[in-house]
Design a protein around this ligand. Sequence first.
Ligand code: C2E
Ligand code: MG
Ligand code: MG
Ligand code: MG
Length: 283
Amino acid sequence: AAKGAGRNRFSYFTPALQVAALNRMRLTNDLRSAIKGEQLKLYFQPIVDLKTGRVRKAEALLRWQHPQRGLVSPLEFIPLAESSGLIVDIGQWVFNESIRWVQRWRDVVDPDFQVSLNQSPVEFQREGGNYDVWLRALRQLGVPGQAIVVEITEGLLLDASTMVTDKLLQLRDGGIQVALDDFGTGYSSLSYLNKFDIDYLKIDRSFVSNLAPDSSDMALSEAIIVMAHKLGLHVIAEGVETAQQRDLLAAAGCDYAQGYLFDRPLPVEEFDALLTAQAGATI
Ligand code: C2E
Ligand code: MG
Ligand code: MG
Ligand code: MG
């Protein structure tokens, strides 16, 4: 029986890997047509100013409505986009959509409104690619770089090559701001907050979800906020789901928050309606 089980396990293992590989290949092919077939949708999650409760920014989050599989998570398809090179076209599409919308929101709602875009490490470090196309598109539309925040993760700064440094400088020269996403999940070395010019620090959801008065995550969050402010950065808390979390963060001096308490990522038309209603209410 043991021998049989062993053989079974062996013969089971190899096809499973092949199935997974085949699955990834199919999904990658589907992704190629998704870009052309308008299956990609950009959602926007409000980022709220904790002092006023107003929506001042939004994070652009990509969704893929697959014709057979339904909604595919970016956690699943971004890695495929990276390994296939499709990430370049996808990232450009996200950027183009975002600058059109942010221009409207700055005109109609708030002249300082910002849209935050995720750049994965592979996307940021891609060979040969720089941000010329972005900066040119901004100039052509007459949108200032300050309308855009680029979210990068700590890993990128950890082994920062001159290529990374140059691209960060190029973004900054164009007025684009930089946020450090998922702060607290990686090495969280404080030295590169000084070394690189970063505008926002995003406290990861894993800290926020355990916030309670006098908890160790509370102490850590407070320390991160104080430190960030001393270095001239603003702080955005991710994944705020309860009023208590919001209140604790506000009391600790956190500047902005996003999370299901305020809103989930919304289809752009819904987000637009929410923003224009907010603007109307204050006139
Ligand atoms: P992220 O940049 O850390 O984005 C925050 C994630 O937390 C989003 O997941 C958002 O929907 C989710 N979230 C927001 N508030 C809450 C909350 O209160 N509770 C919980 N449980 N979750 C919350 P999503 O949209 O599934 O995106 C996952 C990741 O995929 C993003 O993490 C980002 O790294 C990546 N991603 C999404 N869109 C893009 C894109 O356009 N380009 C690139 N390169 N990556 C993207
Ligand atoms: Mg992000
Ligand atoms: Mg994040
Ligand atoms: Mg996160």
